[in-house]
Design a protein around this ligand. Sequence first.
Ligand code: DQQ
Length: 543
Amino acid sequence: MTLSKINRRRLLSGTVKSALAFPLLRSKLAKALILDPAEVPASTLAADPRRPQFHLLPARNWMNDPNGPVFWKGHYHMFFQYNPHAAVWGDMHWDHAISPDMIHWKHLPVALAPTPGGPDSEGCFTGTCVLHSGTPTLIYTGVRTVSADSPEATLRDGHNNFKETQLYATSADPELRTWSKRATPVIPTPPPGMKVTGFRDPAPWREPALYPDGWLMAVGSGTKEHGGCVLLYKSPDLQNWEYLHPVAGGAATGSSVANPVDSGDMWECPDLFPLGNKHVLIYSTQGKVFWKVGTLAAPDLIFHEEQSGLLDYGSFYAPKTQLDKQGHRILWGWIPETRPEAEFSASGWAGLMSLPRVLTIGADGRLNITAAPLAEKLRQHEEKLQLKPQTAAGGNELQSSQTLKGACGEILCHVKVGRTPFTLDLLDTTLHADPPKDPTSAGAAQVSLLSIRYSHANPKELVVDQQRVPISLAPTDPLELRFFIDGSVIELFVNNQTTYTKRFYYPGKTAPEIAVGITGNQADITRLSLWQLTPISKDRLTT
Ligand code: DQQ
């Protein structure tokens, strides 16, 4: 592990908010060099209850952004940013998995690795897979080192300078295992005259109504003068690209933090696509993912925003979309760790892929996000939860008699919210104290893993943990809360409108048993069900 790799890890992993981390990091460097992580045995990974059982994640080590999800020859392929050497960001490769249904996955070998001396010698960064005249084609960002004073640098970590270029590779393999890279970049420099804060994550798409003769492409970028932006290109063949203009952008932040992603002066992982009779733009910056619904039309080809919001209010970053075989727009995102790096690095794995989410435009013109109905395939029998009154002071009024076992399942709640305040907590009923506490004793409080608060005083929002999450309910609509709970992650879908992804951690070798705690009027709860979900992997290694 080199100095540059450690600093780039900080710069690009999307988990560090401030360049102030750099000095701290340098003092940790000596240790990191000596203590290169020993490989955690597969048996330890398989026994780690925090490893999800129905989400996609690599068998070991670090993963981040989804890359190039594509449906090809009857299978879904998922690639993702991957460090084959350790459970920390670095040395970016594209790992690869294949699925018949976007739920059950099998790992395939790493699909893309840096080429020594090539334009991706320091990393194969994020990109997209498209089918061009029947040929699976990748457009992705390659990173290589340039000298400290090089005007070509587009990425700096305070110690090293890098040049990002857009690269091209094709595959003739029916399983997309092997790729032939073009030796030279298809876009070797940012637009002339632009002093960019970054230049990466190309996302081409085909839209004959806008450009009948070829491909349009969004590239993540920005400038200090104008803030984060998305650059628009066009090409007849994915190899010869013409720069058009910034298709969308923010405003200068005036910030002087070293990493422009932290301030919003650099937008990563753009995705621009038609949906219904609108266009949607998604991009990631400042540790968050933003969506915008608007229009994009010829001849100006400028995105005109109508509505905007956050795509997820929790731990979710760098998402990417694809069309499924029925033509639905499916969104995948990276769910990062939120525990300290020393902990996840020692655990031997870090990060996972979200469940597939379906995007649509709601009647109010906002982006709607639904769990793809696929996870229902994993449901075992439905348990209708019985609620019993609680007497302990300060807790919920009601608690479910049944619990979710092994942190591997789904909970669904429909509730008519009105004038009565409503709260729901997912409760860890296992007492992790050592020695274990007597559950009936006063100090044996249950831990809330995730809390939801609704008050008619603010009928247009939920407070989820500390986040204020907007909701829009018609008077007759129940509030719908759908939780997917898997090892150390909860994906919450609220009324098919918005999502909140939460990581939760606990010590030891056993996942908590999870109950539902509620305060409110029991008669208003029209549905409260639990399903254990069947793991997709016999040993948590997702193969
Ligand atoms: N992750 C990739 C970059 C992208 C960032 C590097 C977002 O291409 O901008 O691993 O998480």
